[in-house]
Design a protein around this ligand. Structure first.
Ligand code: FAD
Length: 398
């Protein structure tokens, strides 16, 4: 049996940022439970699928991002017992903690849509939601000269809700440059009533969709895929009807939820079948277990699930955790729901949508109008944000 003063579950964007910040604050006994030997900068996968970056650029050895002085336990959590303050792992070991930070990310439920997994085995269907598949997306986009292309977003919360659209715009822009856009019928299937939850950004995206001649199916979801027949079954929740779309190429995004072992634990929100860890949306402390904090995609906070949100959540978790460890009764820091979504609208243009719990625009870059697609914002997406992630966010400096 091992014991750590602070145990962090998950060494992704959230877990590493918190570990680095705790080390910088002088906390010494930190365990990090993370099974993967590779750390991924997932936002780059959109650009990989769009032919604007190489997949390997998104991956670094996990060992290179684990902060010195943190005990990396190379195993996955299989259960958590917050009453016993104990986490069990795939290696059969148990780890006890005084304080727990949960950051295991979100689960991709590929099998929730009948036929989706099988379709990904065929040449015509891909997804930027997997490192191995993002290069296939670009391969298929590059080779398509005519026919029907379908881009889907599932119902429910997903990480980076803009990503299902971003790849549609990158593909459309590529086809426009190749002179084949008129020969490709593009469909975007979205579960939401509009292109974006914040009005100014939705209006800008409507102009983008019109420019490319994309047919948008709102309030709709792909509920089944017939890979052999190259046909997707689409349910329109608005009209209550079901129809099918034949495709020559389809980019799919799987439904998502908390990892199954989290859903089955006492940390999950019992009112939500997606099973996210039930924390206070400002303090990020668990509502029933005061020594537990959670952030990132696995948390129940009603913000848009992005790395940008994690960047704002990590300092809040650390400040509040340090206060709790010092025995303070009130927690000093609060998260305002900030999230941002850099939406690539063309191979060299980007719309930086920034907003918070109020769902009002929340711009952080002075002097320029980020409610419009811009070329300078493209440089931020392609070069600025990856550098920010590796050099400042993961080491706990920004
Ligand atoms: P992750 O970074 O996914 O890390 C979770 C970690 O937990 C992983 O290392 C995993 O191996 C580990 N883990 C899993 N199970 C266990 C277990 N049982 N025990 C221990 N460890 C475990 N965000 C943006 O801000 N901007 C974007 O443009 C953007 N684009 C995106 C595009 C795509 C295609 C995708 C897939 C994501 C995108 N995101 C974007 C979202 C962003 O990547 C996530 O929101 C962010 O990584 C969340 O951080 P996290 O630490 O919660 O989860």
């Amino acid at each position: 049996l091992t014991h750590h003063r602070v145990l962090i579950v998950g060494g992704g964007a959230a877990g590493i940022s918190v570990a680095a910040r705790l080390r910088r604050a002088g906390v010494t006994d930190i365990g990090l439970l993370e099974p993967s030997t590779t750390h991924y900068y997932q936002p780059l996968w959109t650009l990989v699928g769009g032919g604007r970056a190489g997949a390997r650029e998104s991956a670094r050895p996990e060992a290179s991002v684990v902060p010195p002085g943190v005990a990396w336990i190379r195993a996955a959590a299989t259960a958590v017992d917050p009453d016993a303050k104990r986490v069990t792992t795939t290696s059969g070991a148990s780890i006890d903690y005084d304080y727990l930070v949960m950051a295991p990310g979100i689960q991709l439920d590929w099998d929730k849509v009948p036929g989706m997994s099988a379709a990904l085995e065929t040449p015509d269907v891909s997804s930027n939601y997997a490192y191995e598949l993002a290069p296939k997306t670009w391969d298929r986009i590059r080779n398509l000269r005519s026919g029907t292309a379908v881009f889907t977003q599932p119902g429910g919360l997903i990480k980076c809700a803009g990503a299902p659209q971003k790849i549609a715009y990158l593909a459309a822009d590529h086809w426009r440059r190749q002179g084949v856009l008129a020969d490709i019928d593009i469909h975007l299937v979205l579960p939401t009533p509009g292109l974006f939850g914040v009005k100014v950004f939705a209006e800008e995206l409507e102009r983008v969709v019109d420019r490319y001649g994309i047919t948008v199916h709102t309030n709709s979801e792909v509920v089944e895929i017939d890979a052999q027949g190259r046909r997707a079954v689409v349910t329109d929740h608005g009209g209550g009807t079901t129809h099918s779309l034949d495709y020559d190429f389809m980019h799919v995004v799987p439904p998502q939820s908390a990892p199954d072992w989290v859903k089955a634990s006492a940390l999950a929100d019992p009112a939500n079948p997606a099973g996210y860890i039930e924390v206070d949306k400002h303090t990020l402390r668990h509502v029933r277990y005061p020594e537990v904090f959670a952030l990132g995609d696995a948390g129940s906070t009603p913000n848009s699930k992005t790395g940008a949100a994690v960047r704002k959540q990590a300092p809040v978790v650390v400040a509040n955790l340090l206060a709790a460890m010092a025995g303070e009764q009130t927690l000093p820091a609060g998260y305002d729901g900030y999230s941002s979504c850099p939406i690539t609208t063309a191979r060299n243009k980007m719309l930086l949508a920034e907003f918070d719990y109020t769902m009002q625009p929340h711009p952080t870059i002075p002097l320029i109008d980020t409610t419009k697609e811009r070329k300078d914002m493209w440089l931020l997406k392609r070069y600025g944000l990856p550098a920010l992630y590796w050099n400042l966010m993961l080491p706990g400096r920004a």
